[in-house]
Design a protein around this ligand. Structure first.
Ligand SMILES: Cc1cc2nc3c(=O)[nH]c(=O)nc-3n(C[C@H](O)[C@H](O)[C@H](O)COP(=O)(O)OP(=O)(O)OC[C@H]3O[C@@H](n4cnc5c(N)ncnc54)[C@H](O)[C@@H]3O)c2cc1C
Length: 479
């Protein structure tokens, strides 16, 4: 991306009320100019966090307008903590997200346990300070389009307008910094790794749809089978079967359903590959015991609303920066997660916070160090979470025949995940990680599971262990 001028960010505009408290405090100008590529959650939030740290930001996106695509994703406390530094977004996040109560079912619809709040595992020995300072661990469910709108509106309030319809065709090192948030399969890996990251199918696809609740509730049977909770909370039913699982979620205004199914043939890893209900019904017809009412929910889905997304795997890639350190990948561009892992948006936001803070620590003269340190601080954590995605998928499939008392079908979602504060972590560890990279001084990340020494891993190893009947053993405290 050669010599694209990055304009000065306009002075902080006063809201109509004349109060400046609607915006977070901005650090003094750092004189660092940043071009952000990609207007997904990672790029949009990086633009905001970089603005907060006093950097000058320009953001471009290849699509002609703000994305209104996708159904929903989860965002956990580690990323929400960063949103809370933005008063209007903190308030809007509470308004537009929801926290479903979850019940677990067999694939026949028969309930195993729940409904109960979707609780993350609390710290085992929280001290008093922890209890006072740390928010309750939560997973917020967000509609992707509403989340994008919230971030874009906030950008406008600080005077940054996303430039739509601009596509990067090649990356270069001649800017202060390019943050490549260009998503799965983006072009940026050519400058960080020198090649595209190979993707391979994992043998599953997922049908996903979300549509206005009113349209589903025209069918009274659906209202009865997927009722609102007595306490008024939104609900999600998770159905587990041999090699398949489904989710049915009802929020205040939307009905959402997902069906993960084995697929060794056709399918595209694409958020613009749509199918009609009849295609899904061919799949449900071969699921033993699949109840008829669930087909009614699929049939009620409006035309053009069902994604058929082929699940692909990419090995963890440790290098997210270009040789000169002037291009850094964040979000899905740096690390992919399956849509059902619940980590894609959260880790993209953690990256955004971390890179902005590393640049604050480095200053304009040390930008390449900022990107390398950011990479050092983030990679092992993200790689552990990618591994956890594989492990949790296994746990879900093993839970099919479990008794309610034995189920932990959610998988492992320990305190090390949600307690993390990526801004504080970057600030506290920047110098140590920098000395490690520059002079070889010893440094160990502690944003991974306690008691676990990071070891590189590959999916190939996991698959061959699985074939030999070996279980994945996770040392340390992943729960
Ligand atoms: C259309 C779409 C729908 C999605 N829906 C869901 C969903 O329903 N549930 C879910 O869990 N996840 C969904 N995802 C993925 C999810 O949004 C991400 O995993 C997560 O939010 C991390 O976001 P990201 O910013 O890293 O990547 P993305 O959200 O993929 O954003 C990357 C952005 O970069 C832009 N871009 C790519 N290449 C270029 C280029 N050369 N020049 C300029 N811009 C470029 C893309 O157009 C895209 O807007 C969706 C992604 C997309 C693209």
């Amino acid at each position: 991306m050669p010599s694209l001028p990055v304009p000065e960010t306009p002075a902080q505009p006063l809201p109509e009320s004349g109060l400046v408290c609607d915006l977070p405090e901005r650090l003094p100008e750092s004189q660092i100019s940043i071009l952000i590529v990609g207007g997904g959650v990672a790029g949009l939030f990086a633009a905001l966090e970089c603005w907060r740290k006093g950097h000058n930001v320009r953001i471009i996106e290849r699509s002609p307008s703000r994305s209104v695509s996708g159904d929903g994703f989860s965002i956990s406390t580690s990323a929400i903590r960063a949103l809370q530094k933005w008063p209007q977004m903190a308030e809007e996040n509470e308004r537009i997200s929801y926290e479903p109560w979850v019940s677990w079912h067999k694939i026949t619809g028969e309930m195993i346990s729940g409904p109960a709040p979707f609780q993350l595992n609390q710290s085992k020995n929280p001290d008093q300070k922890d209890l006072e300072e740390k928010p309750v661990p939560k997973v917020y469910r967000h509609s992707r389009p509403k989340m994008h709108k919230m971030l874009c509106d906030q950008l406008e309030r600080v005077g940054i307008i996303v430039e739509y319809g601009k596509q990067v065709v090649e990356y270069y090192e001649d800017a202060d910094l390019v943050i490549a948030a260009d998503g799965v399969g983006g072009k940026s890996s050519r400058i960080t790794l020198g090649r595209e990251v190979p993707a391979r199918p994992i043998g599953y696809s997922i049908y996903r749809a979300s549509y206005p609740l009113d349209q589903a509730l025209c069918d009274l049977i659906l209202d009865e089978k997927l009722p609102v909770m007595e306490n008024g909370m939104p609900s999600s039913q998770i159905w587990l079967g041999e090699d398949v699982h489904a989710v049915f979620g009802r929020s205040a205004d939307e009905m959402t359903w997902y069906l993960t199914y084995p697929n060794h043939e056709q399918g595209k890893e694409s958020w613009s590959h749509w199918v009609e209900p009849e295609t899904v019904l061919k799949t449900t017809a071969i699921i033993k015991g699949w109840p008829k009412f669930a087909n009614r929910l699929i049939q009620a889905t409006p035309k053009g609303r069902i994604h058929d997304f082929k699940l692909m795997w990419r090995e963890p890639q440790p290098c997210w920066t270009s040789a000169g350190g002037r291009v850094v990948q964040i979000g899905d561009a740096a690390h992919t997660f399956h849509p059902s892992s619940g980590q894609g948006a959260t880790q993209g936001m953690e990256d955004a916070v971390s890179i902005a803070a590393c640049l604050q620590m480095a200053g304009k003269d040390n930008i390449p160090w900022a990107t390398r340190v950011h990479n050092k601080l983030r990679f092992e954590r993200v790689s552990c979470l990618q591994l956890l995605g594989v492990v949790n998928q296994e746990i879900r499939h093993r839970s099919v025949n479990a008794q309610p008392s034995q189920t932990k079908p959610i998988g492992l979602l320990g305190a090390w995940i949600w307690e993390h504060d990526p801004e504080q972590y970057a600030i506290e560890n920047y110098d140590k990680a920098m000395k490690h990279l520059a002079d070889g001084c010893s440094f160990q990340n502690n944003n991974t599971p306690h008691g676990y020494s990071y070891r590189p891993w590959t999916l190939d190893e996991l698959l061959s262990d699985k074939e030999m009947g070996k279980k994945i053993v996770l040392e340390g405290d992943w729960e």
